[in-house]
Design a protein around this ligand. Structure first.
Ligand code: SF4
Length: 299
């Protein structure tokens, strides 16, 4: 499969004086043989699934394995209720983290989600996009364009590296989600195509090397809370890029480095549930409690 290049797309957008989002809307509509309005409508359906996942998570649902549940709601209540003054993140970042937790808890509870890019990392984009949309009064049309930016970044990562924890570790899931969200936010807030690329690179660099180590082999621990961390990194990367801070390593090279790091990871750290947090005494206890010693997934 031919490797895509985000840098090439960003250059094309620059040359055509389009924002990267408008460039993605035009090129994707052409590729899919849809009108821009039809494509935007499709993106709005996806946004609706994301929004419903957040809402479901915020009801305090518990996961099927019983390891997680209610933390999105807990962070939302902490950061907006009586203790709001103690919250360190500020309203926007706290909301993004709470929403990311909630949307990923919806996944762990077998609710309907949008795997963007995967189920395990499905909280990051909704968390960041809807927190910003509410904070800045951004409409669905603009959000749908931001989603296309995120999709373009994800497509390039899939072609040059991987979006799968089994192949590349959690850097490929939560790292990619953070890169997609960071680039989308920069475009949403009027950043240039170059800044979109720097945001994606800065986010991915900050999660490079992250292993995939799901306790009991379930997409619950550490997945749900990692979504919140990735959402915060996405916001930081977007802010850095919008401030004019550049990634020394260009985005395509960062993605290639992620692929190399993924290949170097031991299989225990690539979704087998055999290493990292899954192999801690508590992680093993959790697995035994859920599956019983005889049916232990790690044996
Ligand atoms: S730890 Fe593994 S299963 Fe969990 S979100 Fe990360 S890549 Fe997915």
């Amino acid at each position: 499969m031919e490797k895509l290049s985000l840098s090439a797309w960003l250059d094309e957008a620059n040359a055509s004086t389009l924002s990267f989002g408008r460039f993605c809307l035009q090129t994707q509509a052409l590729e899919l043989e849809l009108t821009e309005i039809e494509l935007s409508e499709r993106m709005k359906q996806t946004l609706s699934v994301m929004q419903q996942a957040i809402a479901y998570g915020l009801t305090g649902v518990r996961s099927t394995g019983g390891l997680v549940g209610g933390v999105g709601l807990q962070l939302q209540q902490y950061s907006t209720g009586d203790q709001a003054a103690r919250s360190l993140l500020g309203p926007l970042a706290a909301k993004a983290a709470a929403y990311a937790l909630a949307a990923n808890e919806a996944n762990a509870a077998m609710g309907k989600i949008c795997a963007a890019p995967t189920a395990g990392s499905s909280g990051v984009l909704p968390g960041v996009l809807f927190a910003i949309a509410e904070d800045r009064g951004i409409n669905q049309d603009d959000l749908s364009v931001a989603l296309l930016v995120a999709g373009a970044i994800g497509m390039v990562i899939a072609s040059r590296a991987s979006l799968s924890g089994a192949e590349g570790g959690c850097q490929a899931e939560c790292g990619s989600a953070a890169a997609m969200a960071a680039g989308a936010v920069v475009d949403l807030l009027g950043g240039s195509p170059d800044q979109v690329g720097h945001a994606a690179a800065l986010a991915l660099k900050n999660l490079l090397g992250l292993v995939c180590d799901p306790v009991a082999g379930l997409v619950e621990v550490p997945c749900v809370k990692r979504n919140a961390g990735a959402a915060i990194i996405a916001l930081l990367a977007a802010d850095m890029a919008l401030a004019g801070i550049k990634s020394v390593i260009p985005i395509d090279e960062v993605i290639d480095a992620m692929a190399t790091v993924g290949r170097a990871m031991n299989a225990d750290l690539r979704e087998t549930g055999l290493g990292g947090l899954a192999a801690t005494p508590t992680g093993l206890e959790c697995a035994e409690r859920i599956f019983g010693a005889k049916n232990h997934p790690l044996e």
